[in-house]
Every structure is written in structure tokens, then in C-alpha cells.
Design a binder for this molecule. Sequence first.
Ligand SMILES: NC(=O)C1=CN([C@@H]2O[C@H](COP(=O)(O)OP(=O)(O)OC[C@H]3O[C@@H](n4cnc5c(N)ncnc54)[C@H](OP(=O)(O)O)[C@@H]3O)[C@@H](O)[C@H]2O)C=CC1
Ligand SMILES: Nc1nc(O)c(N)c(N[C@@H]2O[C@H](COP(=O)(O)O)[C@@H](O)[C@H]2O)n1
Length: 218
Amino acid sequence: MANSKPHVILSAAISIDGKISTRSGDSKLSSSEDFIRLHKLRSKVDGIIVGKNTVIKDNPLLTVRHTKGKNPVRIILDSKGNISSKSKILQTSKQIPTIIAVSKTISKSNLQKLNKFPVEVIITGEKSVNIKSLLKKLSAKDMNTLLVEGGGTINWEFIKQNLFDEMIITLSPYLIGGNNTISLVQGIGFDKISKSPHLRLKSIKRLKNHLVLNYLKV
Ligand SMILES: NC(=O)C1=CN([C@@H]2O[C@H](COP(=O)(O)OP(=O)(O)OC[C@H]3O[C@@H](n4cnc5c(N)ncnc54)[C@H](OP(=O)(O)O)[C@@H]3O)[C@@H](O)[C@H]2O)C=CC1
Ligand SMILES: Nc1nc(O)c(N)c(N[C@@H]2O[C@H](COP(=O)(O)O)[C@@H](O)[C@H]2O)n1
């Protein structure tokens, strides 16, 4: 029988100052060895979740390419169904299973746009996508392990709503700076450390100058 909530892993590569992208949108912080590790991890999960801005900024594929293995289902959180028809996600949806999670705010025209592609559209939530309810729906489809690959806004939602179980963060040897650059966790943030989730460091793996930190939520 399916669990009521899948096991959720938050994944990202950060600079030493906690940024996940430069001011011009450069976000490739991992090394080639770390991308191989990431793709091995992708091949072991049922689904990869990203937010709309990550699709707009990175135009990602979210596939397994740096190792052999199956592609997970791609799940995009896009309340209004704004992602472009030209995005790689929609353009490759014939070959790779794709879910677009939207909310009730989606316009008819955007719904029609998405329905031109062989994607599953899940409508949940009044204004924004209701992530908790989405996870239940994914669990009902036997999707038991999910990798959340950003960005900072979506990471905050999973942290604030206590919907993650594990974090795998690559600490990359860069300093990015900038008052308005995107951090690992965006949103308003917690006012007290006591409100932060408590994490246990399960392992550290060194890949030359990159450190892969694996934390479990206590
Ligand atoms: N180095 C790394 O490892 C990574 C870096 N990145 C970088 O992160 C940046 C993008 O991050 P960021 O700008 O924070 O955006 P996100 O990718 O986190 O997307 C945020 C958007 O998701 C949509 N959304 C849907 N449902 C919800 C919900 N329930 N709660 C909140 N938002 C929701 C919102 O748009 P709407 O309201 O329209 O639905 C929101 O604006 C990019 O520059 C990318 O390159 C991203 C991933 C990994
Ligand atoms: N773990 C990790 N390391 C990085 O250096 C990254 N830039 C990311 N980004 C995530 O991966 C997506 C790109 O995937 P494809 O290479 O197009 O398959 C990107 O959009 C982020 O979600 N992650």
C-alpha cells in the first residue's frame, strides 16, 4: 500500500556563502564528479520536483544523463501554468513523463497550452500549488521517493511546511555575494533558531574541492 507521504530529499549545490545562483543566473556550482553523483541519485528516485522559476531561469531537462539509469517523473510547481511551450521540459514531455502541478488560478488559455503536450496536469490549491496535497496525490501513484531540486522559494516551502526528510547539499568552493542573489532557502525565514528543523549530519563525502553533506531531519 502507498505511504501517505513520500520520502522527500532536498538537493542543491551552494556556494560557501549559501547562494545557489549568481546575479546573472549562473547556477552550475557542481563539479563533473558531483553531477555524476547527482544523476546516480536521480536514477534512484521516483520523481524530481522543481519550481517554476527554476524552469524559467535554467531551462533544465531533469533527466539522467551522466550515468545509466531510468529517468524519474518530472514535476513542475507552476500555479498559473506559466512555463513556456518552448521550455525543454514541455518539448521533451513525449519522451519523459512529466507532471505540471497548477492551482485553481490557472487561466483557460494556459491550461489549453499545457494540454497540447502529453503531460499530466494536477490541479491542487486555491492560489499556489498545495504542496501537501500534491505529495499525497504523488504517493497514491506509488511515487515514494522524491528529489526536490529547488529553487530557494520551493525549498523554503518544504522546510516551512515540514515536508522534507533529508537534505543533500554540495558545498562548492565559490563565493557569489550579492544582496539580491538567490539563497538555498528564500522566503521570510524563521525568527528563532529554535524554530529551524533539527538536522543530523549523516555523512560527508569529499569530491576534490566539493563537499557533499547529507543531513537527516531529526
Ligand atoms: N545551484 C542549485 O543547486 C540550484 C539553483 N537553482 C536556482 O534557483 C533559482 C530559482 O529559485 P527561485 O527564484 O527561488 O524560484 P523557484 O524555482 O523556487 O520557483 C518559485 C516559484 O514556484 C511557484 N510555486 C508553485 N507553488 C508554490 C508554492 N506552494 N509555494 C511557493 N511557490 C510556489 C511560484 O510561482 P507561481 O506562484 O507562479 O506558481 C514561485 O514563484 C534559479 O536561478 C536557479 O538557477 C535552482 C535549483 C538548484
Ligand atoms: N545539485 C545541483 N548542482 C548544481 O550545480 C545545479 N546547478 C543543480 N541544479 C538543478 O539541476 C537542474 C538542471 O538539471 P539538468 O542538468 O538540466 O538536467 C537545475 O534546474 C536545478 O534544478 N543541482
